[in-house]
Design a protein around this ligand. Structure first.
Ligand code: XIL
Length: 347
C-alpha cells in the first residue's frame, strides 16, 4: 500500500511519528531496532524525538549539555529525507522539569534567574539544531486539566504564569527565527475535557494580547476511545465541542498540528477485533474533523506500532484486564491494523 507520507504529500500534508533512543525510566530505545527504523522510513516524512530533546536530556546537569542522542535521530532523519520537530523546550508540569531545575536556588531575584535558566537552555538547543528543526513545541502542557488554570512551577514562581510562557516564546523566536513556534497540550473532544479546552483558549487569548510570537496550537491527540462506549449523541456532542474549539483557535490566526496521535483502548472490551475496529472508528471521526481545517498541515503519531507505545508502560493507561494495549496503526508484529486504514482514508 502507498506510504502514509506519500498520501499526505498528495493532500498537502506531512505525516510523521515519534521515535526514541534514550534509555529513560521507561527504557525506550526502539530507534535501535532496525525494523522500527525501516517502518518509520517507509511511512514518515517527519520525525519528532520522543524524549531526546527534553530539557533533562539536553542538559542533565546545570550547564552540561548533551545532544548525542538527539543528534543521532536528526542525522538519521536527514539521511531519510525527513523533517524534524523539536519537543519540547519547556514543560510546565513540575514533575517533567529537570530535577536540578526544581531544586535550583533562584536567589533574591527569582524572575531574572528563571529567565537566565530559560535563556541558557533555549539558546543552547536552538543554537545547536539551527535550521535542522522546522517547528518547536516551545511550551508543553501549561494548563491544569481539571481546573483550566495555569500550572505553577519554579520558573513562573515570581512571574505571572502567562508572562513566563511569553518569555519562553520570545526566547525561542530570538534563537530560532525561522521556526514555527507551537504551544502543545492534550485537551481533546471528550466531555470531561471542557475545562481543559477553555483554559487553553484563555491562555491563547492572553498570549495574543501580550503579542507573544506563537504560531500554532499543537493538538497532542492522545484521544483515547472517548465516546466509544457512550451513546451516539455523546459522541456527536464531543465532535461539536471539538469543532467549536478548533474554530476559536483558528479565529485567533493560529495554525494547528496533530503532534502525538494515539488511541488508548483502555476502556474497550478484550476482544481484539472489536477493539481494533472501535479504535479505528473513533480515530476516523476525530481525524476527518481535525484534518478538515486547512490550517492543520502536520499529523504525527506517538509510536507506529503497539509494542513501542508509551501507553504500554504508562500506569494510568494500562488496561484493567492487564492485556497489552493496541493504540497504534501497526501491531507488535508490525502488521498494519484497521487504524492504519483509518489514517490513510482520513488523510
Ligand atoms: C512521554 C514519552 O513517550 C515517555 O517515553 C516518557 O517516559 C514520558 O513522556 N505528552 C508529551 C510527551 O508531550 O512528551 C509524552 O511522552 C507523552 C505525553
Amino acid at each position: 500500500s502507498e506510504p502514509l507520507k506519500d498520501i499526505a504529500v498528495r493532500k498537502g500534508l506531512r505525516f510523521g511519528n515519534a521515535i526514541g533512543i534514550r534509555n529513560d525510566k521507561s527504557g525506550r530505545t526502539h530507534f535501535n531496532d532496525p525494523r522500527q527504523r525501516a517502518l518509520m522510513a517507509r511511512e514518515c516524512g517527519v520525525l519528532v524525538a520522543e524524549n531526546e530533546m527534553k530539557w533533562q536530556a539536553t542538559q542533565p546537569r546545570p550547564g552540561a549539555h548533551d545532544f548525542a542522542a538527539a543528534d543521532r535521530l536528526v542525522a538519521w532523519a536527514k539521511e531519510n529525507r525527513m523533517l524534524v520537530r523539536g519537543h519540547t523546550l519547556v514543560w510546565q508540569e513540575a514533575k517533567w522539569l529537570p530535577d536540578w531545575v526544581n531544586q535550583h536556588d533562584f536567589g533574591t531575584q527569582p524572575a531574572r534567574e528563571a529567565e537566565r535558566l530559560m535563556t541558557e537552555h533555549i539558546a543552547a538547543v536552538c543554537g545547536h539544531f539551527g535550521r535542522d528543526i522546522y517547528s518547536y513545541d516551545v511550551v508543553n502542557e501549561a494548563v491544569d486539566p481539571p481546573t483550566g488554570t495555569l500550572r505553577r512551577n519554579v520558573l513562573n514562581g515570581k512571574l505571572g504564569a502567562v508572562e513566563q510562557i511569553d518569555v519562553a516564546f520570545r526566547l525561542a523566536r530570538q534563537h530560532a527565527p525561522h521556526a514555527q513556534l507551537v504551544y502543545n497540550d492534550f485537551m481533546g473532544p471528550a466531555a470531561d475535557n471542557a475545562r481543559h479546552r477553555d483554559g487553553v483558549l484563555r491562555l491563547l487569548e492572553a498570549l495574543q494580547k501580550a503579542g507573544t510570537p506563537i504560531g500554532a496550537l499543537g493538538l497532542q491527540s492522545h484521544i483515547g476511545s472517548w465516546g466509544a462506549t457512550a451513546a451516539a449523541s455523546a459522541r456527536r456532542k464531543g465532535l461539536d465541542d471539538w469543532r467549536r474549539f478548533l474554530d476559536e483557535v483558528t479565529a485567533m490566526d493560529l495554525d494547528l498540528l496533530i503532534t502525538e496521535f494515539d488511541v488508548s483502548d483502555r476502556t474497550l472490551p478484550a476482544d481484539i477485533t472489536t477493539r481494533d475496529a472501535t479504535v479505528a472508528a473513533v480515530a476516523r471521526d476525530f481525524l476527518d474533523l481535525t484534518l478538515s481545517y486547512p490550517r492543520c498541515r502536520d499529523f504525527l503519531t506517538w509510536g507506529l506500532s503497539d509494542d513501542v507505545s508509551w501507553l504500554q508502560t504508562w500506569a494510568e493507561a494500562k488496561r484493567p484486564d492487564g492485556l497489552p494495549s493496541r493504540p497504534c496503526p501497526y501491531d507488535a508484529q508490525l502488521r498494519p491494523k484497521p487504524l492504519r486504514d483509518a489514517i490513510a482514508a482520513a488523510l
